[in-house]
Ligand binder design. Structure first.
Ligand SMILES: Cc1cc2nc3c(=O)[nH]c(=O)nc-3n(C[C@H](O)[C@H](O)[C@H](O)COP(=O)(O)OP(=O)(O)OC[C@H]3O[C@@H](n4cnc5c(N)ncnc54)[C@H](O)[C@@H]3O)c2cc1C
Length: 548
């Protein structure tokens, strides 16, 4: 047994954990330990944006969860990967950089979290980023995460933007500013051709400064308590069980599946569930693991009418080596892009108050996932349900910390979610019929989606939908009976224990979750440090219900 004393212990070096550790480490008299279950992020496949499918097959760098059985999907299981390395899922994600709709945060405030309105979050969104077009009322110009606006120059990207406008969607220059809705070129957390993650931009420099210790390949088993006060953790490294003490706080940053798992293993959760696994209860917090949300995604695919539309078709070893060399020596070519260069946000129907569907778009068919590069000519719109109401949960299957918990998302269980996604799919197929696609559009992989009955579209969805990999809300912020943490991340019912990661979101935002998670980390860590929050910055936005 080894025993180490620190001021703060942080569990997980992911998107949130990296920021929390780095900001705490700015106070040089404070000692911080970060425990990360996975290895380093030192891999060309992590750094090169176009290689992002490779880490997804690197078993030592991923958590491979199965969620389900999903009852609305006929009992299907859904594979759910998470990053397990320095930087967490931020080191293997798609790098699509989206804040969510400002209205999402005003809804958090309307639901009782008055310190989490858009005006309260905006200064923290700005603090974390360096937007390539410069800082302004909405955007940050000097933060650690560099944001690149993608060029969207390929023929299918231009067709996407044109067809979207022909279908009635405005062109939005910066969907992370005044108006989210419309078609746009995406922004990505890419810094001069290299993935920009919390791990690289925050944690690595903090570790070099000296007061942040990082232990990799260390699986935290549980939080240790003295009465109701968290005083340390037990973890496993190289097969040895070790412990570390926290004099001030333990902060869980394990992500939406793992943070509730560690809480449950530690005796913080629904008393009956803990008792059924023989775990002694420290605090009966019924909401732990409950309320889990995620974004559903499904692809509408078309072949191209001719060759030369899609990049990376017929990739062989020589061509791949050339792409690698161009990226390595010149920071140019296909290597510097994540290929998700255009997209849109729109309302699934007029009955919806603000955008609830997101398009991500790939200018090719075939699998980019799992390291496969069997690319075919064509294109695909990934249709993502941005504001689902269905909620699931994380529950203990075993008291053994090495075994995964049971995870059920209850995808599309709510009728409204099915309605909205079916409408979103139909509208997508209508957009593809616009003139902008005439010179490129070949045959549909699934013909006539726009004309099929609701029942037929849903039957197709059940078989084909997957996840956008955005689990959240399993340790929800709030002060109601099912809330797990307060508005500063402090776990209800115990002392000196916080959760700071995607799991604290009260409700999923309309957009990818990396940026919102980093914002939450920036905002909460100010409170951990006892600092006054940055002053709210009220800014008009298109969906603001106070004046639209
Ligand atoms: C395949 C994929 C693609 C995605 N694409 C995008 C995208 O394009 N844009 C976007 O905005 N978002 C994307 N996301 C989502 C985004 O990356 C996450 O929402 C975000 O990283 C969540 O941050 P987090 O800090 O909550 O968790 P994570 O970043 O997952 O970090 C959690 C960390 O905790 C560690 N950990 C967990 N349990 C323990 C334990 N018991 N002991 C020690 N360490 C532990 C994990 O290993 C991990 O490193 C994607 C995610 C995935 C998986």
């Amino acid at each position: 047994m080894r025993s180490n004393k620190y001021d703060y212990i942080i569990v997980g070096a992911g998107a949130a954990g990296s920021i929390v550790a780095a900001r705490l480490g700015e106070d040089s008299n404070v000692r911080i330990l970060v425990l990360e279950a996975g290895p380093h992020d030192n891999s060309i496949y992590v750094r090169m944006p176009a290689a992002m499918s490779y880490p997804l097959t690197d078993k030592k760098r991923i958590w491979e969860f199965e969620t389900g059985p999903e009852s609305a999907l006929g009992g299907r299981m859904v594979t759910h990967l998470r990053g397990k390395m320095l930087g967490g899922s931020g080191s293997l994600n798609g790098m699509v950089y989206v804040r969510g709709n400002p209205r999402d945060y005003d809804r958090w405030a309307e639901d009782g979290l008055s310190n989490w309105s858009y005006a309260h979050c905006l200064p923290y969104f700005k603090k974390l980023e360096s937007y390539d077009k410069g800082g302004n009322e909405y955007r940050g110009g000097q933060g650690p995460i560099r944001i690149t606006t993608l060029k969207a120059e390929l023929e299918p990207f231009r067709a996407f933007l044109e067809a979207g406008q022909q279908a009635g969607h405005p062109l939005t220059e910066d969907y992370n500013a005044y108006r989210q809705e419309g078609v746009h070129a995406y922004q990505a957390n890419i810094d001069n051709g290299i993935r920009a993650s919390g791990g690289r931009a925050y944690l690595r420099p903090a570790v070099r400064r000296g007061n942040v210790d990082l232990i990799l390949n260390a699986l935290v088993h549980k939080v240790e308590f003295s009465g109701k006060k968290a005083v340390g953790v037990t973890f496993e490294k190289d097969g040895q069980i070790q412990s570390a003490e926290a004099e001030r706080e333990v902060i869980l940053c394990g992500g939406a599946f793992n943070s509730p798992h560690v809480l449950l293993l530690s005796g913080v959760g629904p008393a009956a569930e803990l008792a059924s696994q023989g775990i002694k209860s420290v605090a009966d917090v019924p909401g732990v693991g409950k309320g889990l949300q995620d974004h559903v995604a499904v692809s509408v695919k078309y072949r191209a009418s001719h060759k030369g539309v899609s990049p990376a078709v017929d990739l062989n070893l020589i061509k791949m080596a050339l792409i690698g060399a161009q990226w390595l020596f010149l920071r140019r070519g296909l290597g510097i892009t994540n290929l998700w260069e255009v997209g849109s946000f729109f309302k699934s129907s007029d009955a919806v108050d603000y955008a609830n569907i997101q398009h991500e778009f790939l200018p090719m068919l075939g699998e980019l996932m799992h390291g496969k590069v069997n690319i075919e000519e064509g294109f695909q719109y990934q249709v993502c349900l941005g504001r689902p109401e269905s909620r699931g949960g994380v529950t203990l299957k075993s008291p053994d910390p090495r075994l995964h918990p049971s995870i059920v998302l209850n995808y599309l269980q709510q009728e409204q979610d099915r309605r909205n996604l079916i409408d979103g799919v139909r509208h997508t197929d209508e957009v593809i019929q616009q003139k902008g696609w005439d010179s490129i559009r070949g045959e549909a992989i699934v013909p006539g989606l726009r004309k099929k009955s609701d029942a037929d579209v849903f039957a197709w969805l059940k078989e084909n939908m997957g996840t956008q990999y955005h689990p959240c809300s399993s340790c929800r912020m709030g002060d109601d009976d099912m809330a797990v943490v307060d508005d500063e991340g402090r776990v209800h019912g115990v002392e000196s224990l916080r959760v700071i990661d995607a799991s604290v979101m009260p409700r999923i935002p309309n957009g990818n979750l990396h940026c919102p998670t980093m914002m939450i980390a920036e905002k909460m860590v100010d409170r951990v440090r006892g600092r006054q929050p940055l002053l709210p910055q009220p800014a008009h936005y298109a969906d603001d219900k106070r004046w639209t």
